[in-house]
Design a protein around this ligand. Sequence first.
Ligand code: SD4
Length: 318
Amino acid sequence: MKRRNFIFDIFSVGLMSSLSTKLKAKNFNFIPKVRSISTWKTKEANHRAGLMLDKGIDGLTAAVAGVAVEEENPKNSTVGYGGAPDRTGKVTLDACVMNHLGDCGSVLAVENIVNVASLARDVMEKTPHVMLAGKGAENFAISEGYKETNLLTEKSKEDWKKWLESEKYRPIINIENHDTIGMLCLDKNNNISGACTTSGLAYKMRGRVGDSPIIGSGLFIDNNVGGAVATGLGEEVLKTVGSFLVVELMRQGRSPQEACEAAIKRIVSSNTQENKFQVAYIAMNKNGDVGSYSIEPGFTYMDYFRGQNKEKITESVF
Ligand code: SD4
């Protein structure tokens, strides 16, 4: 090959490849699809996670940082600081995380620590275990440098004292009593991770643990398929291993929407409770498609996609 042609060939290959990179960047299919979804009206939390994903931060880091917004929010009475106590007046928190490799960590009935999703991540990454409960989890947190904080605010103490006057325990449906945050993050490497964090049901029995820190119930990720998180009456989610069920239904070919609907209908069809209760799922597959469904109306979730953070209303059985 003559030297001039050789140089021309190198030049044209270079030009073509830079042109194709530019074309790919313009073509939507080539832009990595990042997306973050989270339960209830958790706008700021989902926005924080979405912005991190846009910057190329991995899904697990984004999910843990996102849910921390609600853990630190004293106005959210179902998560972290300001969460409603159990019937003895103690605030006990549950949380779990799961990453794209299938690794997971969880903490149950933890007192005096705000950022329990981050603690669950530390259990996953720094111990040989998956779950730590109670005092053991709290001691581990302190050894890792977490600050001890009284989680009971004046407002939640007042509400609890009011509740003590009648001491009637009946799970109440809908937003007044549900704000647990479950979040799923699809990152630029097309990996899905998630986190779920809660103070559980208000005025629960001391020692009660719900679905939220149980891998497969409150949260499940299979990076070949997608992920799901649950919120609502944990006892009903536990009985059907809800989030695992949603992911397995997606594996069988259902869309996230169809999978959420089928998993909710499974609960409704096997329900033996007389009282009304709420359960909702949100799910996302590897393609970045999302779905959600609930038993009772009123459930909404946040969806950060292509730079926009929108609240979405979910359809329900009733
Ligand atoms: C629980 N699933 O502890 C949680 C409660 C919840 O919004 O989701 N509240 O049963």
